[in-house]
Design a protein around this ligand. Sequence first.
Ligand code: AHR
Length: 492
Amino acid sequence: MTKLIINADTTRGTIDRNIYGHFAEHLGRCIYEGIWVGEDSPIPNTEGMRNDVIDALKNLQIPVLRWPGGCFADAYNWKDGVGPKEQRKRMVNVHWGGVVENNHFGTHEFLRFCELIGAEPYISGNVGSGTVREMSEWVDYMTFNGQSPMADWRKENGREEPWKLKYFGVGNENWGCGGDMRPEYYADLYRNYASYVRSYGDHKIFKIACGASDADYHWTEVLMRQAARYMDGISLHYYTLPTGTWADKGSSTEFDQEEWFTTFKKTFFMDELIERHDAIMTQYDPEKRIALIVDEWGTWYNVEPGTNPGFLYQQNTMRDAIVAGINLNIFHKHCDRVKMANIAQIINVLQAVILTEGASMILTPTYHVLRMYSVHQDAKLIDISFTSPQYVMNGEAIDQISVSASINLANTLHVSLCNLHHSDETEVHFDIRGREASKVSGTVLTTETLQAHNTFDQPEAVAPAPFTNFRYEDGNLIVQLPARSVVVLAVE
Ligand code: AHR
């Protein structure tokens, strides 16, 4: 049993909607097939982008979408992806599977896709192999509302008005696939490139520096020391690898209780990472002006057997749903510093919310959790306190439950709870202080097996259902959380 105290009259900041952001890279079947099928495709589409995907993503209320990479971003020349499609250059996607990239999905298509799904675009520029001029011209092309060679070219290519692009990343993983740089070198390059990422008129670009991988605190330290005043945000990348090794990351669907447990143990590390990177940032930025942008997170397993190893295609089970719930609760907790997060990746790659096969599309358990949790977007984080029962396996212990609470503009209190245990349900006794709590409703995602997932034959095997497993005792709400579950409650 857990006693959960909710101080409903004490807020701890605002949960930025951008914490519910996504990431789309030219990788495997994410862009081509997942989003872009072309105007002539038999798959119903809007200007080449598949309608089923557009509808599903609109329902998810995606606030922001990062593109074109990832590693791809630092090999990308944006000029290859504008103008008449038949004249666009073809290139080899060196990072991902060595396939030919025909550049049919470029700047115009991406920004149109964002309009169609109602998301803000977040573009990653090329520092690793591109020039300062190319980056500067890209921003000019997209955002300049006057006469310039780039703005004129944009108009020739069919777009009169500039786009209101806000988020721009200056490089990606420049410590690795983006150029193998030392932080000292990248920090200087960042200053150089960022100074040519111009804000035209009163339209201000939010500049995001490439941040650390995992626990590389030295990278954050150097970037903050050398370049803090030139950035609005700095990124952090952390993936959950159940086995902890890149050589054999484990299967997305064939795993046992121990791997189930270690997956969550590794997910909780996100909390420590944010705390430690935040502490370094706070030395240089005590006002917390600079945002920590977790622009790549999620599970990373071995690819599905028989698929291209460079395409990073994996299935998605109830385990992924809980990983999403835990991470989102962690981001909420740190909402004073974490202002954006982008799950990797949106379709057909890593912890995807959508999988496609030809004309068919399915929603994953992760999709359902993000949709259930979307009530937290832009809501006030509420102070809570509880001591979780421990989930013990082979002598190791982690919290069995993960919880977060917020109040939205309509004054509804939402509480998201994950029960990580593979077999045990648990009871949560609510002590809601500072407001009445007379009406409760909820949604649950839970499954009979740990490995349950949606397939093209059984697309609804894992689906949310109304949650009714609660009662009142002496006026207090008591919730019975099923094993392997994510629950979101609305309290009015
Ligand atoms: O998301 C897959 C890859 O992971 C991205 O391209 C890269 O930034 C990271 O290493």
